[in-house]
Write a protein that binds this ligand. Structure first.
Ligand code: SF4
Ligand SMILES: [Zn+2]
Length: 352
């Protein structure tokens, strides 16, 4: 599908790759069709806000802020649940749910990209089961079944496969592909939309796949997965040429500019790195973890450690004391942020 009659909603996170995704979105779709959405966790590094202002000036485009009036700790309190590497209520309630709701509101309708007939939820759908057990459900355009022989025969072929060998077969997963994307979400005035994420395919193949399945039925566009591929070094060089300072967390080796270098999904290495680079911030979160434990009446922790097959809680205080005593915690950069593409959409109770 071309770019006409299509909006671009950039899920902007305040980092280098989301800046580059926004820049390319404007370049391809134009200012009027591009919307840059930023979910503020109120846990961000101060310099992120400076960078966002610089980006607005550089791109000559306003960033729309989604602010829930809460930070990540407010969410843990409210949900009575402490985020950890597997479950992240912080990004769910501060980022994914508000952004998703806004998207549903702005693009509430459906129509066929070929015949432009509207489609509603009572009409035909076909489902197959993904390898991971999730459901791929797609709307079928009745107008095209009548008028497009190829489309009609593809629908019939898929239905026969499902009838004979089932919806969880690899043949069904292959046969649904040509039908996928025929009917898309659109706004009240009929505009389609691309949800733009700043991931690149080289580092993020698995995340790309997860993102696609999470944002269904909305269609994604990953501009950095297209040539020239997203490459942080090149983005940094280009920004420097334009006189824009990169967010300071990158200059002290953080992989991304989320939640001020702190993240409940980060491992021990990144946490110790945070302590070494921004000790006050680490101590603040250490204190918040202790306050949360008192509040909930249990020694829950963000981190855990598995020793000889046994998993045990690891508090931020214990980690700090061990690091201070000289224990080495390797910090592997390259762990990508997955705030906007969780392991499963079911976790966010998303479906249609
Ligand atoms: S960056 Fe980490 S701590 Fe912050 S919202 Fe996302 S998952 Fe939660
Ligand atoms: Zn159609």
């Amino acid at each position: 599908m071309g770019v006409e009659n299509t909006d671009c909603v950039v899920m902007y996170g305040g980092g280098l790759t989301s800046y580059e995704a926004a820049r390319r979105a404007i370049e391809k779709y134009g200012h009027d069709a591009t919307h840059i959405w930023f979910a503020d966790t109120r846990t961000e590094d101060e310099d992120l806000y400076r960078f966002n202002r610089d980006v607005e000036i550089l791109l000559d485009h306003k960033i729309v802020v989604f602010d829930q009036g809460m930070d990540i700790w407010d969410i843990f309190w409210k949900q009575k649940f402490l985020g950890n590497s597997r479950i992240d209520p912080c990004s769910k309630y501060l980022k994914r749910v508000p952004l998703r709701k806004a998207l549903e509101k702005k693009y509430p309708n459906w129509k066929c990209i070929e015949c432009h007939n509207p489609w509603n939820k009572k009409e035909k759908t076909i489902s197959v089961e993904e390898l991971d057990g999730s459901e791929i459900k797609i709307p079928i355009c009745s107008g095209c079944i009548f008028n497009d022989e190829e489309y009609k025969s593809n629908v019939e072929k898929l239905e026969k496969i499902i009838e004979s060998i089932g919806e969880s077969s690899s043949q069904a997963r292959v046969a649904i592909r040509p039908l996928d994307g025929r009917v898309e979400r659109c706004s009240n005035d009929g505009r389609f939309v691309r949800v733009v994420l700043g991931m690149d395919i080289i580092a993020d193949c698995d995340r790309l796949h997860r993102a696609r399945s999470y944002w269904r039925p909305f269609e994604n566009w990953f501009p950095l997965a297209e040539k020239p591929f997203g490459n942080k070094t090149r983005i940094i060089e280009e920004l420097q040429l334009l006189g824009v300072r990169i967010p300071r967390l990158y200059t002290v080796d953080f992989e991304h500019n989320n939640c001020g270098g702190f993240c409940v999904k980060a491992g021990m290495g990144q946490m110790v790195h945070l302590y070494k680079t921004l000790p006050e911030r680490y101590l603040y979160h250490e204190k918040k973890e202790q306050e949360f434990q008192k509040f909930i009446g249990s020694d829950v922790t963000i981190l855990s450690q598995t020793i000889k097959g046994e998993r045990r809680n690891l508090s931020l205080q214990e980690l700090r004391l061990r690091a201070e005593a000289g224990e080495d915690f390797s910090f592997s950069r390259g762990l990508a942020c997955s705030c906007l593409n969780p392991a499963s959409a079911a976790e966010d109770e998303i479906g249609w």
